[in-house]
Design a protein around this ligand. Structure first.
Ligand code: HEM
Ligand code: HEM
Ligand code: SF4
Ligand code: SF4
Length: 395
């Protein structure tokens, strides 16, 4: 501690230099309204000096009625930094697509200035508004004020976590379904599973409007919903000609980069063999004024992505190649029900859906949730002959 109760932060002060917005400067600013910030900086400086964390392991706190939404955290040097002795994080469910009015943000800021450190993370990787740092006795009052303002907590623990989505049709011409509506509808439909952890482990849902996947659904969600179209790309030949006239090398930058080489350009007309197109988005991304996704829109549903622990990182694999937008919510509800039933019954403690599928095999998983295997589900057929047969088929 130094003069004015401000901690000496020699190492952190270095991070106020340079062009990028400095988190150190921001925390120092917030210390004018919240004394917790001084101790947070003090403890962080200590961590920088010793190159190790100073939060105790774990911490179980929450609000009445819910089993998650708050991540408890305690300092392991509370005598030195008493103001961050408790430093719990509240996850607050964000609006779909992270669209706010300044009114809503002021309301959130007011609540957090009254009940917490004033520090936030906009946003947590899963999508939640993160209220960073408060004491146990402030959780219920903060929760009550949030509720009165129309906000609810997000998920944590072995539950359905807060779903998130790309901005979709709000601001993007490529959205193949209403990502924001599906995200919101799923959030509302599974409030119980979100607030009261019922599962072997966490379960995340992310909704991307097209294969560009601006929420990284394929890598960060147990259930990845990715916009897709079934018919032909919509093509405006005059606009293609304009791109060519403006200097775009359509042969080199579009046709030669198409992964299935299903496009050709004779200097006048662009021809697309749509049956061979894998909807990679490249040509659309290059010529947004000339090409658009088709009109028969919907989504592909993929399952299983997760980070490395325990069995290795996974990307989601195709479960349903195409669902028309009109049937999407209903289909998702049915699929989610079947997946959860099977996972709940057979998943081991702290086993993600992706790992369960690896353990029992995709064939058994499909059987359990009542889907037929389809070629779109694999990149290549198996290359070993250790094939199990059902008793009946083997005869
Ligand atoms: C004297 C004749 C043969 C002997 C002693 C023999 C022995 C073996 C042994 C010890 C393995 C186990 C290797 C391993 O799993 O790492 C094996 C695997 C195998 N054998 Fe043979 N084998 C013979 C002939 C054949 C023939 C004629 C075929 C097929 C036409 C065949 C097909 C296979 C297959 C498909 C495997 C599994 C391959 C794999 O590891 O993925 N074997 N054999
Ligand atoms: C040091 C000696 C041996 C080693 C290191 C060895 C190693 C292996 C390995 C790694 C496999 C594959 C297991 C799997 O992927 O599930 C295998 C399979 C097999 N081995 Fe051996 N093996 C040895 C000796 C033998 C002997 C002496 C025989 C037969 C007399 C034999 C017969 C087989 C057969 C039939 C299989 C295939 C089993 C299956 O497909 O489920 N192995 N062996
Ligand atoms: S994922 Fe597709 S639809 Fe969503 S914002 Fe990105 S480009 Fe647009
Ligand atoms: S979307 Fe991709 S695969 Fe389809 S035509 Fe365009 S570049 Fe080729």
């Amino acid at each position: 501690m130094a003069e004015n109760g401000k901690p000496k932060t020699k190492l952190l002060d270095e991070l106020e230099k340079g062009p990028w917005p400095s988190f150190v400067t921001e925390i120092k600013k917030t210390s004018d309204v919240s004394p917790m910030c001084d101790d947070l900086l003090g403890q962080l400086e200590l961590s920088y000096e010793e190159k190790k964390g100073h939060w105790k392991h774990g911490g179980i706190v929450g609000v009445l009625g819910y089993g998650g939404g708050v991540i408890g955290r305690y300092s392991d040097v509370p005598e030195q930094f008493p103001k961050v002795a408790h430093f719990h994080t509240m996850r607050v469910n964000q609006p779909s697509g992270w669209f706010y009015t300044s009114d809503a943000l002021r309301t959130l800021c007011g609540i957090w200035e009254r009940h917490g450190s004033g520090l936030t993370n906009m946003h947590g990787s899963t999508g939640d508004i993160i209220f960073l740092g408060t004491k146990t006795d402030q959780l219920e009052p903060a929760f009550a004020e949030l509720g009165a303002a129309g906000f609810d907590l997000g998920g944590s623990g072995s539950c359905m976590r807060t779903p998130s989505c790309c901005v979709g049709p709000a601001r993007c011409e490529w959205a193949c379904y209403d990502t924001m509506k599906i995200c919101n509808d799923l959030t509302q439909a599974y409030q119980d599973e979100l607030h009261r952890p019922p599962f072997p482990y966490k379960f995340k849902i992310k909704c991307a409007g097209c294969p560009n996947d601006c929420v990284a659904a394929v890598a960060r969600a147990d259930l990845s919903i990715i916009g897709m179209w079934k018919d032909d790309l919509r093509q405006d030949d005059a606009a293609v000609a304009e791109y060519a006239a403006a200097g775009l090398d359509i042969q080199k930058d579009v046709c030669d980069r198409c992964p299935t080489r299903c496009m050709s350009w004779d200097g006048q007309t662009l021809t697309i063999e749509n049956s061979e197109c894998v909807r990679c988005m490249h040509c659309i991304n290059v010529m947004p004024k000339a090409l658009r996704p088709g009109k028969e829109r919907g989504a592909a549903i993929l399952v299983g992505s997760k980070a490395p622990i325990v069995q290795g990182a996974l990307l989601s694999s195709v479960l349903v190649p195409f669902v028309p937008e009109a049937e999407l919510f209903e289909t998702l509800q049915e699929l989610i029900k079947r997946i959860w039933e099977f996972w709940d019954e057979y998943g081991k403690n702290r086993e993600r859906v992706g790992e369960l599928i690896q353990r029992v095999g995709m064939a058994n998983f499909l059987d359990a949730i009542g889907l037929d295997p389809a070629p779109e589900m694999v990149t290549a057929p198996r290359d070993n002959p250790y094939i199990f047969l059902q008793k009946e088929t083997a005869k």
